[in-house]
Design a protein around this ligand. Structure first.
Ligand code: ADP
Ligand code: MG
Length: 595
């Protein structure tokens, strides 16, 4: 091309486009709007914050956040909408001292670029009697003027993402968005017990904290009194950092760390390392692969915390992190030591868990194939396995199209986890009994069946108390759980009754397994590729399957392998992990240099 005729192709983006791009990071979804506005209220020193959400036709129509904070004078109310306009820092220097939740000056500008925002504010100085109202839409101030209103600030956001259809598409179903919003308010409420929060959805109050400043009362209000009773206080100050809050007694634990609620200087954060450190503090008090419940705030010198890692500030980077993690683990261990941790009702020596039977060390690793091994305690385990296997017997011929499943002869079980078998041509196969059975149950559940066939009514309903966020999540799962036979009814605020359970879960009267299913649902992320239906099926399959560690007889192993051979995908569990590994005769020979 002739360079003379070529026109410049690089252009500076117009401000609206710039803001819309920034909004992509700050305002991911409706709950981000709630987070940003609520954080602004907290930064303004509010003692009462009301979040109102209005929805209709499966969509969030309006979000309003009202606070009794410092308010703004008219000039500031207009400036607040300018990108990078903030009252919170002046320079990078300040950033390192910032204790406010906001500082980038991006939120209001970003939100106004993808929605219509009405801000009404009045300084709480006791002198100003008028409020000022500013309306911004599509990145521009449309209206401003004197208005009536109480001291504090009210921000209303409407038409969210209407001008950015691509982003709108990413917004999930209404129940999902409501549960995210509830989660945002819940975690800010937990990290700010001095502030009273209210969340109202279409006129119904979904969450309320009293703002008394007492964290335990706040926890009890959100998660129920039973959980609050299972907590021990923790409060220390070591080398410049303070750690305060509550951790659960070792008897209260979860499969996932979803109830480890952390904040750094009042900012809700999630940190894998901190979760690990807290767990470490429990040492051997917790069973393996289980997590405690914790509500902890870490007061750290702001200059040690870099919250400017991501626009949403959900991640933080800490200097001296290693020391901090060590202190955290130590503080948890210390708090637990000071407590009388023996759970009530288990003083009876026979009930103390983890008692090693004498002579256990002489038991060979590969359990000899004999049903005689099931006397005493393990008899029960054997029966349970029996029941679990029987409930999932797959009819023959379900997957006739598949021809490659090897014919296996069971030799035994190792580590109470793997079934050892050999193939006809001298290969060795190890089958993960849990993964294998999980696959079997999974395929059973996938088949269409009458609910009556898969459900078993409970003699007495099991009552479940959950936090507002968890309630919002669970609500979305009532229908898919019901289709699998787990009948859950909401009755009263944050309370559910389980009236029937899936037959495959077996063991009616064992509340723990139902609680585990619910726990799994609450702790899962929202992987968009997995439908709620599919998640429910996977979770029930996992919870119904024979556990790793359960002793099984050779006959049961054979039955399990037979069941597995009839599935349409016997080689992986529903999560994609292998159900079996093989060493062919050829590989074995190679290992012994016989080739
Ligand atoms: P940032 O919070 O990062 O400063 P925002 O865009 O969220 O940026 O807000 C811009 C400014 O508007 C804030 O710095 C603050 O001065 C003012 N502001 C926003 N919301 C409120 C509120 N609820 N009460 C008082 N001032 C507010
Ligand atoms: Mg802000």
């Amino acid at each position: 091309m002739n360079p003379e005729t070529r026109t410049p192709t690089i252009r500076v983006l117009d401000p609206l486009t710039v803001n819309q791009i920034a909004a992509g990071e700050v305002v991911e979804r409706p709950s981000s709007v709630v987070k940003e506005l609520t954080e602004n209220s907290l930064d303004a020193g509010a003692t009462r914050i009301i979040v109102e959400v209005e929805s209709g036709k499966g969509e969030i129509r309006r979000i309003t956040v009202t606070d009794d904070g410092a308010g703004m004078i008219p000039e500031d109310a207009v400036l607040a909408f300018h990108p990078h306009a903030t009252s919170k820092i002046r320079s990078l220097e300040d950033l390192h001292r910032a204790l406010t939740l906001g500082f980038r000056g991006e939120a209001l500008a970003s939100i106004a670029s993808v929605a219509r925002v009405t801000l009404t504010t009045r300084p709480g100085d006791g002198e100003t009697v008028e409020a000022y109202r500013v309306v911004a839409d599509g990145g521009e101030i449309r209206e401003e003027g004197v208005a009536a209103g109480p001291p504090g600030t009210r921000v209303t956001v409407e038409n969210l993402f209407h001008s950015t259809p691509a982003r709108r598409k990413f917004v999930k179903t209404l129940p999902t968005e409501i549960s995210h919003i509830t989660g945002v308010v819940e975690s800010l409420a937990l990290s700010h017990p001095r502030v009273s929060f209210r969340l109202v959805h279409n006129g119904t109050e979904r969450l309320r904290t009293d703002g008394s400043g007492d964290l335990l009362t706040t926890i009890a209000g959100l998660h129920g009194v039973d959980l609050a009773r299972a907590l021990v206080p923790l409060s220390t100050r070591i080398h410049g950092f303070g750690i305060s809050g509550y951790v659960s007694k070792p008897s209260e634990h979860r499969l996932h760390p979803y109830q480890v609620v952390l904040s750094v200087n009042g900012r809700p954060v999630y940190s894998r390392q901190m979760v690990r450190a807290i767990r470490e503090g429990y040492g051997t008090l917790l069973p393996p692969h289980r997590y405690p419940v914790a509500f902890l705030d870490l007061a750290i010198d702001p200059s040690w915390v870099d919250v400017n890692v991501h626009p949403t500030k959900r991640q933080v980077r800490l200097s001296g992190e290693r020391d901090l993690l060590e202190h955290l683990a130590g503080a948890v261990a210390g708090a637990l030591q000071r407590q009388d941790l023996i759970p009530s009702g288990t003083t009876d020596a026979g009930k103390i868990p983890f008692r090693v039977p004498s002579g256990a060390l002489t038991v060979p690793a590969a359990v000899p194939p004999s049903s005689r091994q099931y006397d005493g305690l393990s008899l029960r385990a054997g029966r349970q396995t029996e029941q679990q296997l029987r409930q999932t017997e797959l009819p023959t011929g379900i997957a006739e199209e598949r021809v490659t499943f090897p014919s296996l002869e069971v030799i035994g079980q190792v580590g109470s986890v793997y079934i050892v078998a050999c193939t006809q041509d001298g290969g060795l196969i190890l089958v993960d009994q849990h993964a294998a059975h999980e696959r079997v149950v999974y395929e059973q559940l996938r088949k269409k069946r009458e609910i009556g066939e898969r459900s078993q009514e409970l003699l007495a309903p099991l009552v479940i108390r959950r936090s507002p966020r968890e309630t919002a999540v669970l609500r979305e799962f009532i229908a898919p759980l019901g289709r699998q036979g787990l009948i859950l009814e909401e009755f009263g605020r944050d309370t559910f009754a389980v009236t029937a359970v899936p037959v495959v879960l077996g063991r009616t009267g064992d509340d723990a397994v139902v609680q585990e299913v619910i726990g799994d649902i609450l702790s899962g992320g929202d992987d968009p590729s997995v439908t709620t239906e599919e998640r429910v099926i996977r979770i029930i399959a996992c919870r119904s399957a024979v556990k790793a560690g359960a002793p099984v007889t050779v006959e049961q192993c054979q039955r399990l392998i037979r069941q597995l051979s009839r599935t349409s995908n016997p080689y992986t569990c529903p999560h994609g992990r292998p159900t079996m590994v093989a060493l062919t005769r050829h590989q074995l020979d190679g290992m012994f240099k016989r080739t």
